[in-house]
Design a protein around this ligand. Sequence first.
Ligand SMILES: NC(=O)c1ccc[n+]([C@@H]2O[C@H](COP(=O)([O-])OP(=O)(O)OC[C@H]3O[C@@H](n4cnc5c(N)ncnc54)[C@H](OP(=O)(O)O)[C@@H]3O)[C@@H](O)[C@H]2O)c1
Length: 337
Amino acid sequence: MPHDNQQILINSLPSGKLSADNYRPTSAPIPVIGDGEILVKTTAFLLSAGSRAGLQGSASYAGAPSAGRVMNSSGVGEVISSQCRDVPVGRYVQVPTGWQQFSAHSGYDATVIPADHNPIDYLGPLGINGLTAYFGLLDVAQIQAGENVMVSAAAGSVGHLVGQIATLKGAHVVGICGSNAKAERLVSELGFRTAVNYKSGHYRDQLKTATPNGVDIYFDNTGGMILGSALFRMNLRGRIACCGVVSQYDTDRPEPAPKGIPGLLVNKRLTMRGFLVYDYAQRFNEARNELQGWLARNELISLTDEVYGLDSAPEAFVDLLGGGNIGTRIVRLDQAT
Ligand SMILES: NC(=O)c1ccc[n+]([C@@H]2O[C@H](COP(=O)([O-])OP(=O)(O)OC[C@H]3O[C@@H](n4cnc5c(N)ncnc54)[C@H](OP(=O)(O)O)[C@@H]3O)[C@@H](O)[C@H]2O)c1
């Protein structure tokens, strides 16, 4: 076993936009585990916009990382040493690996991945982002067949799953994303009814054309201007599931709240409800069973956008915040599981 644990530390918290210079590589001894703990060798970890929220230095669901710490991330890996009877060596687990090769965890807190599941799915459809899409639509938004659903950051990890789950539930879906190429893939590969590029000069007109029957559910991953545009397309008694605010993460000058709050909420009797996926922790297995069924039948497609090697993580994260990813971006420390 190697003695070094290669890591990427937060060098400094960003002011303004994140850059790769906010990170630095280092190495540390491989952790020594104690009673009840497991040592995990990282197979891959997730890059997702939510981690940028934590770097703003304020407490959020993503936690509050600080300079000098290993960058935080959900990851999957193989248990290579165990002092936890329930999690033997050789099993794959989902744990908060962070951006490093080896990490120690309580075996009792690890999500043990069934042998017949693909560990990589635990960074996407069977991980936090898939569960967020699932509970946000089914529980928070209370989706019904025949409804009109709009989702922002639609080509991102949560969004591409939201659109497909909504379609599986019999809804008509419009995705909002940042390029025509992304929009085309959402429709041709993932079955979205339509998709609109919010960076196009005619975005508001195109959204109007794309939502001839209005919007019953808006799954909000972005806040900002796109939330503002959704408010004006909402139908009477529509529901807005507030999942995240990606338009406000990579900046120290967040936009003011959009027009229409609270006026349009009142007049259209809208419900706007925020949620954290961890609120549903007791029901994760129930959701994973349904999600895994859809994956096995190819009814749900998981797009992964993979980069290789620990050193590629900082640039890949900066690129993701600028819209470089389609689907779930992961950093692999192996070539295959
Ligand atoms: N509530 C919860 O428990 C929970 C759990 C997990 C995630 N989340 C939230 O879910 C949201 C989506 O996360 P994710 O991991 O799916 O995303 P992701 O895969 O990291 O993708 C982020 C995407 O956001 C888009 N984006 C960046 N800047 C934007 C801007 N200014 N306006 C609009 N879109 C912008 C980019 O695509 P474009 O090309 O389309 O711009 C980018 O590809 C985030 O807000 C995250 O915080 C919430």
